[in-house]
Design a protein around this ligand. Structure first.
Ligand SMILES: [Zn+2]
Length: 231
């Protein structure tokens, strides 16, 4: 199967569990009664942290705007940044497993290699957050990259989450904050449940600079910000 076809298939498979069910009853609800299905929800997600250059700035903005997000963490980056992870947790954000090494060639070699990487990352997170445990997982590159591993991960009890909108901050290396804002807004168009992909990797200045406007935009559109731990 070629990569484009994999991506298409991945998008279709992913869309089904998250966006396939709106109860017809809700359409006839009284106008003053807002039901769960009518609430527009935005899940801000940040992959590839913690980093010294980006994560604290993202946390500052989220604190100032009083919104919560979810961070998918790279395990081997935790050492020396334990306090950033603790702060992320303390300030009410969701925390998930991303990868220990984030090296595609190693982690996507086999079922065992992938699960061992996930377990190592999970342990690294839980070591700095005693009492916290997570089975939330995001595939590096998205599950679309290697759909054959979806079952592996699910069978091991992990709950993987992809995304259905993106600011493309990892794709557009030299993008301006305005370009990232436009990508985020355009890719989220018409969706009542948005899982927005961004990155708090090293030196993501444009991501930091685009974030306040992204938050303001979706707040004005009536979206509620939620963390993926809630799902
Ligand atoms: Zn990543």
């Amino acid at each position: 199967m070629n990569k484009t076809l994999c991506l298409l298939l991945g998008a279709l498979l992913f869309a089904a569990p998250f966006f396939g069910s709106v109860s017809p009853d809700n359409r006839s609800a009284p106008a003053d009664k807002i039901t769960a299905a009518e609430i527009k929800t935005l899940y801000l997600t940040f992959d590839d942290g913690p980093t010294d250059s980006t994560t604290p700035k993202i946390l500052d903005i989220l604190r100032d705007k009083n919104v919560r997000a979810t961070f998918f963490i790279i395990g081997r980056q935790i050492r020396g940044r334990e306090e950033i992870v603790r702060r992320t947790f303390r300030e009410g954000h969701g925390i998930g497993i991303h990868s220990y090494t984030h090296e595609y060639s190693a982690i996507y070699k086999s079922d065992d290699a992938l699960l061992s990487d996930i377990r190592k990352c999970k342990r690294a997170i839980e070591e700095v957050l005693p009492g916290f445990s997570t089975m939330l997982y995001r595939f590096p590159g998205g599950s679309f990259l290697c759909p054959q591993y979806r079952q592996t991960v699910s069978d091991a009890g992990y709950h993987y989450v992809d995304w259905n909108a993106s600011s493309d901050d990892a794709v557009l290396a030299k993008a301006t904050p305005q370009e990232l804002f436009d990508r985020a807004v355009n890719s989220a168009q018409g969706k009542s449940k948005i899982i927005l992909l961004m990155h708090d990797g090293v030196g993501r200045k444009a991501t930091v600079q685009s974030l306040p406007a992204i938050i303001d935009h979706f707040s004005e559109k009536g979206y509620v910000f939620a963390v993926l731990n809630d799902v």
